[in-house]
Design a binder for this molecule. Structure first.
Ligand code: DAH
Length: 472
């Protein structure tokens, strides 16, 4: 989760993408998905989520000047880039479907942190102010790019993280709370990335003057769970006991109070993770230093799963500026954001993030409220692979997220993976050529060649019109 919310590391333009991949903040293309809506949807799109459950349905209408979602109207502008595909997801709320793995996990964490108040039904439609400005995101932060986030218009968007609700809840005077919700990000396509996923935000606040005492008392109360299976290492540049210039304690905080709060945060999360993963064999967990615009110091927690370090949590000591905005100048707090899919994939052994969205009873019927059961894979339907090669106009810019979004908007959940497999620059014209391999597969049925051919034809047509590339 450091991703685009995290600042570029090492001073370069590279940043750590949502779950640990390096991405680049390219220029994003001028043609936008406003065009996409107009051209592709003939100026008028209505939608209803295909689902068994009527209460899951979001109804929306997109015209060239207005988006209506469940009776609310928003003017369209040059920032609009939400698609029917993405709007069809906003009522699913997997975290509230009792026997769904995401909800089971939410419940488990809420039970562990049982004296936290929970908020589970905030609308995903937030202002850019809530999502970015309130949290101190710089104006040029990559997360604000249209290539990375879903905008309804310049000032309204689909939240990219549950932190968007921190200020409103802190301002209401809450001291200990959890927020679980669906969050939306434009991203690459593979088994770990889906444009909608779920996060749980946790916040706890202390009086600055009493922080040290409150923390030591609380840490004793939380106790230490003995787990021989979960090995936690602290690879953060320092632990919370000394001030670290790269990951500093805020100058306005008394060092002792800030250290105590950092310690409390790490203890809370270590204990949570040990209890959640108690049945895993030798699970490795590590702490590393991080950066978020709204915390300092900041850390990330990662787990080693199938040979890869997966980021499961970003956290830190809340910027005092945010506490002051909430009119709580004499208090100090910590906050974390957990990636629920990431944790559920490990706990339930779920190999592909798309499975969470499946309505296939062979998936859904495997899970029972309050129980962690390993997923028993059912036979996979065959994949159908297509390559697409094109010349990129150097002046127009090309962003992989725009390409992936376009493929998703045409193929929906039939697209499993889209990877660049070849790139070269023509020695004379200096034009760049890219080749992407797209893997199509359904989670719950056989796809036909004709159907995939048609999708591929649509993809070819739309990448030319929307992204201004030239097919090879
Ligand atoms: N909102 C961050 C993200 O989605 C995660 C996060 C980091 C949440 C630090 C926090 C925090 O509450 O303190 O990448």
């Amino acid at each position: 989760m450091s991703c685009r919310i995290c600042k570029p590391r090492g001073g370069g333009r590279g940043y750590i993408n949502l779950f640990g991949k390096i991405g680049y903040c390219n220029n994003f293309i001028k043609s936008n998905f406003h065009n996409f809506i107009d051209v592709n949807r003939k100026n008028f799109t209505t939608g209803n989520l295909k689902s068994n459950d009527a209460k899951d349905e979001a109804s929306f209408t997109i015209t060239s000047d207005t988006i209506r979602i469940d009776g609310q109207s928003f003017p369209v502008d040059d920032f609009t880039n939400v698609t029917p595909n993405i709007l069809s997801k906003i009522k699913r709320q997997l975290h509230l479907h009792q026997s769904h793995p995401i909800s089971i996990l939410r419940n488990l964490i809420e039970t562990q942190l049982n004296d936290f108040r929970h908020f589970n039904s905030f609308s995903p439609i937030v202002s850019t102010r809530q999502n970015f400005d309130d949290l101190g995101f710089p104006i040029d932060h990559v997360g604000r790019n249209k290539t990375d986030s879903y905008y309804i218009n310049r000032s309204v968007m689909l939240r990219t993280h549950t932190s968007a609700h921190q200020l409103q809840i802190l301002s209401a005077g809450e001291n200990k709370f959890l927020v679980s919700a669906d969050v939306y990000r434009r991203d690459e396509i593979d088994s770990n990335h889906y444009p909608v996923f779920h996060q749980m935000e946790g916040v706890q606040v202390f009086d600055v003057a009493e922080a040290k005492e409150q923390v030591s008392c609380d840490i004793t109360k939380i106790g230490q769970f003995n787990s021989a299976c979960v090995l936690i290492s602290n690879e953060a540049d320092t632990d919370t006991s000394t001030n670290n210039q790269k990951n500093p304690i805020q100058f306005c905080h008394p060092v002792e109070a800030a250290n105590s709060v950092g310690l409390h945060l790490k203890h809370t999360l270590n204990e949570l993770v040990k209890r959640l993963f108690k049945d895993e064999k030798e699970l490795k967990v590590r702490w590393i230093d991080a950066y978020f615009p709204f915390t300092s110091p900041s850390w990330e927690m990662e787990v080693l799963y199938q040979g890869k370090w997966l980021e499961i949590c970003g956290c830190g000591v809340i910027l005092q500026d945010l506490m002051n905005k909430a009119v709580r100048p004499n208090e100090i707090g910590w906050a974390f954001g957990l990636g629920l899919e990431r944790i559920a994939m490990v706990l339930f052994d779920i190999p592909d993030i798309r499975l969470f969205w499946s309505n296939d009873p062979r998936f859904l019927d495997q899970f029972t409220t309050n129980e962690i059961k390993k997923f028993k894979p059912f036979s996979k339907y065959p994949a159908s692979t297509r390559d697409i090669s094109f010349w990129v106009d150097n002046n127009k810019g090309f962003h992989e997220n725009n390409f992936c979004e376009l493929v998703r908007s045409i193929a929906g959940d039939l697209v499993e993976d889209a990877k660049m497999i070849d790139e070269f620059v023509h020695p004379i014209s200096k034009r760049r050529s890219l080749c992407y391999r797209i893997i199509y597969r359904s989670m719950d049925r056989n796809v036909t060649n004709e159907e995939i051919n048609q999708i591929q034809l649509d993809v070819q047509k739309e990448v030319q019109t929307q992204l201004g590339v030239i097919l090879r």
